[in-house]
Design a protein around this ligand. Sequence first.
Ligand code: PEP
Ligand code: MN
Length: 381
Amino acid sequence: MIIILKPDTDPAGPEVAQILEYLRQFPDVKTRLSGVRGASRVVSEIYLIGPTHSVPMETLERMAGVERVVRISSKYRQIGRHGGQLEEFGFDYNGIHFDQNCFHVFMGPCAVDTPENVEAMCRSMQRLGVTTARMGAYKPRTSPYDFQGHGKACLPWVFEIAGKYGIKVIAMEVLRAVHIEEIFEALEAAGRPTGVMLQVGTRNAQNFELLKAVGSQQEFPVLYKRGMGLTLEESLNACEYIASEGNRNIVFCLRGVKSHLGEPHRNLIDFGHVPVLKRLTRLPVCVDPTHSVGTKDRAPDGILDIFHATAEGVVAGANMVLVEFHPKPETALCDGPQALTLSEMEHYLEDVRIVREAYEQRKALAERRVFGEWSTKGAAA
Ligand code: PEP
Ligand code: MN
């Protein structure tokens, strides 16, 4: 059960104290108060955890400071929208806003390799006005003999170069709790020239201890990738671990699912779930076309499959794209064959801009047809 407070209610004020006092008669029900930054306002919510069936909604609804009370049916109680009863979560990080309306392209190499390559990447991004990057220092590889990433040793120069070129956020995968500390310490030591969004990769989608670790810190937002062999429901429940530990600055990323039915692509593209996630959850939604497609094949129309996959996600309203670029893909230590090149960057961003515009137009059309004047006039015609 969630109690949504009226927007002007002070979380430390008498109304909240009275509600918590009333709830003390249900000793098995635990409460957690948290603030939510929605699209247009900041509201506080009280989460009731435990056997809430005996808690009367009507009494709570009549109490001062209460706007609404929502009973929760699905297991992902904090990240869920529960049949549209709850607003989205929005958050700001290092000057970048994230919510279900935002749009950002995070680009960069799969793995950090040399300072020269990181610098070439960041320089091109700055030239094209992109301030959101991706690059891995810790890589979970299928084979133990493959490059595992430079680890914490590369963080000082990666952060310095990123800051020099105005990169505000880097999506960076973490594999263990200690990596969060290493990133924090390196950022502090460098004077916070940039920011980091902690990425939980598909291989760790049900690593509950890692999910608890990224969830129990408030410093960094989290990019959670759907498990490649998990149903959406299973991944949502796993993602809930992050929120249940207190961190709700989460973006949910679709990256394709493992199935031979996706061949010749590396994974079966699941971007049809973008609107499903926006409906089921309060989270911004990201798509990763690189790991879904996994090749640089081109269709007869001249457009790469990675561009087409990106478009599928963006035209459906994705809020973020995570895509791999590398200055010299032939020398990349990880995922070179699927990396776009710097000379393809401008084309990619222009293509994305066209598709995002198409989504905005589709949204405006739906607003008129479904919610606006046409819905009534159209029905009469
Ligand atoms: C990545 O983004 O580099 C990555 C390893 O992705 P995934 O976890 O989706 O395979
Ligand atoms: Mn990769």
